[in-house]
Write a protein that binds this ligand. Structure first.
Ligand SMILES: Cc1cc2nc3c(=O)[nH]c(=O)nc-3n(C[C@H](O)[C@H](O)[C@H](O)COP(=O)(O)OP(=O)(O)OC[C@H]3O[C@@H](n4cnc5c(N)ncnc54)[C@H](O)[C@@H]3O)c2cc1C
Length: 556
């Protein structure tokens, strides 16, 4: 079972037919204009596919014939829709190109193999013919990871779409592992596992439209990573089709037989080979889930609560703390943009309790057995209250849980009104969270202010802490800003560079869970160091001597 690609937006996020959360007459627009300091939001619709001329395919009939011989005629696609859908991923940067109809990066063909053997034959053909091969799962990369870049100018590009490889091969309930083909989408994977009473528990916000192979390749994190772990943690073993043949990594629970090579696969982003299947850790379905909200007077108090919860080893599935601008923004967006957000009565109550106008919302989720959830919830609530938080009950938690995959649907309508909507993320030690938060917010705010279309315009810059560990946590930034329509890409580059340089200089990683792709290449060297980079480059050279696997990504 897979998703019919023509039902999905090739130049946006989600199904073609989905309710617009921000229609033209939505009251939120007036509030957004005011918050951004712009006189008027322009209409900037995307160019339709039928108005775009795609470049001629650079693949010869001979190669196309060989591909058809491997997978069958119907599995090799060269039509405009397939090429456009696979041209790029779903980052703001990608959408600037796609929406403008700039499809010079479209692959020359898209191939849909149905088995590991077919994948290996395609990988070998590309190595023989010197064709760039782009592994593509859901295509939800937000770092340029699936962009159809050639090996060198004028070179041919083939995209390998994994989404016909969707079998659950084996569920081992004794060891609590499952062997699964890599092209399976999130909902299909969980539906099947849950019919056996188990779960992987990996729910990124892109869950409906991303795949197992993409999660591993990009070292992704689900929203409940505190309980279920990041991809590199739940990965037991992977089988890859590489230019040198099949490679299956070790599968023991722990080993001292040299470095664990699964760590090379998680984060390889298609540059070493195509993951065709993986063995992953699974869990019993939680008996109970409990999500609720707490309001903190300051961001620092919320961070301290998150740290204490982690260090006390209280079992949580999720701890997510929004800073004051994010707390305000998402309430405004979901409350018709009245800007008032809370009723007068609520505001008076909060004031009485010592909260000013900029409180910070924390959502805490527990999943597990009934007893554990009840006990852990009492512990987290006590920790929050000791730090002065107001317990809001299960209402905010339930609302968040219900809409947890819906947030990205606002990006397309915002881009239709001349707005930029971008996110980036990092992680750092607890002792550096406040510093990094302040510095990155400052860098993004200043870079937007220096690159706006009209005087007095500004951005809305917000962040949350999530995915916590004993030594630190991730920080996720979202920013909305008016686009400079005559220099959209340069504007993005200026903001991205300012944020990434600031992260690099202040003890953060260039990515906690989105990966490196093409966009983060300039910052990887500083993070890994000279020797680290030479190890990565040597591995790439050894496994993919002709450099056909996903060129331009990770190592540049
Ligand atoms: C709206 C939105 C929300 C998101 N939320 C999250 C989130 O909460 N957490 C998170 O971690 N990420 C998130 N992301 C980023 C993205 O969804 C993840 O990186 C995801 O893991 C990518 O999966 P995919 O199947 O779409 O992979 P793709 O985008 O198709 O590919 C990602 C990378 O992996 C490689 N790849 C894909 N499949 C294979 C394979 N079988 N073998 C080898 N290489 C492969 C590709 O070449 C590429 O380099 C979000 C993205 C969007 C657009």
């Amino acid at each position: 079972m897979t998703i019919d690609r023509t039902t999905l937006r090739w130049n946006g996020w989600g199904p073609v037919k989905q309710e617009n959360p921000l229609p033209a007459d939505a009251p939120q627009w007036a509030w957004i204009e005011e918050a951004l300091g712009v006189s008027r939001l322009p209409s900037t619709p995307a160019v339709a596919l039928h108005d775009i001329r795609l470049p001629h395919s650079r693949l010869s009939e001979d190669v196309l014939g060989k591909l058809r011989g491997i997978c069958g005629d119907n599995q090799v696609r060269t039509d405009d829709y397939e090429r456009a859908f696979h041209a790029r991923g779903k980052s703001y940067h990608d959408l600037l190109y796609l929406r403008a109809g700039k499809l010079d990066m479209a692959p020359d063909a898209v191939v849909y193999p149905r088995s590991a053997d077919e994948v290996l034959a395609i990988v070998k053909l590309c190595a023989e013919e010197d064709i760039a091969l782009i592994p593509f799962g859901g295509g939800s990369s937000v770092v340029g990871g699936v962009n159809a870049m050639p090996k060198s100018l004028g070179g041919a590009v083939l995209t390998l779409d994994t989404t016909l490889m969707t079998r659950i091969i084996q569920i081992d309930k004794v060891s609590m592992t499952a062997r699964i083909e890599a092209g399976i989408y999130g909902p299909h994977l969980e539906e099947q596992l849950q019919s056996h009473g188990v779960t992987l528990g990996h729910y990124p916000q892109s869950f409906p439209l991303s795949t197992l192979g993409g999660w591993i390749a990009a070292r992704g994190a689900g929203q409940q990573s505190n309980r279920y772990g990041k991809a590199e943690k739940w990965l037991v073993s992977a089988k890859l089709a590489t230019p040198k043949g099949f490679w299956t990594t070790e599968a023991t629970p722990a080993s001292a037989a040299g470095p664990n090579l699964n760590q090379l696969v998680a984060g390889s982003e298609g540059t070493l080979g195509v993951i065709v299947e993986a063995t992953v850790k699974i869990h019993d379905l939680p008996e109970r889930k409990d999500y609720r909200g707490y309001l903190f007077k300051t961001f620092a108090q919320g961070v301290e609560a998150a740290r204490r919860i982690n260090h006390a080893e209280i079992p949580v599935a999720m701890v997510r703390l929004s800073d004051a601008p994010e707390t305000y923004f998402f309430q405004a967006l979901s409350s018709s943009g009245s800007g008032g957000l809370k009723s007068k009565l609520q505001r008076m109550y909060l004031k009485m309790k010592g909260f000013d106008d900029a409180p910070c919302l924390m959502l805490i989720g527990h999943e597990g057995s009934k007893e554990t959830v009840v006990w852990a919830q009492e512990q987290t609530e006590a920790t929050c209250k000791r730090l002065g938080a107001l317990a809001l009950g299960t209402g905010p938690g339930k609302r968040w849980y219900h809409g947890r995959f819906n947030g990205p649907a606002v990006r397309d309508p915002m881009m239709d009104r001349g707005l930029g909507v971008e996110t980036l993320e990092t992680s750092t030690r607890w002792s550096n969270i406040a510093n990094l938060h302040e510095k990155v917010v400052g860098a993004i705010t200043d870079a937007i202010a220096a690159n706006v279309p009209e005087q007095n315009a500004r951005g809305i810059v917000m962040a949350h802490v999530s995915h916590s560990y004993p030594d630190g946590a991730s920080l996720y930034f979202t920013f909305v800003f008016p686009r400079q329509l005559d220099r959209e890409v340069e504007q993005w580059q200026a903001i991205k560079r300012a944020a990434s340089d600031t992260i690099e200089m202040n003890g953060g990683t260039i990515s906690h869970h989105h990966g490196v792709g093409a966009d983060h290449v300039p910052w990887l060297g500083e993070e890994k160091g000279e020797i680290g980079m030479s190890i990565l480059k040597a591995t790439k050279r050894e496994m993919d001597p002709k450099g056909v696997m996903n060129p331009g990504k990770v190592l540049g």
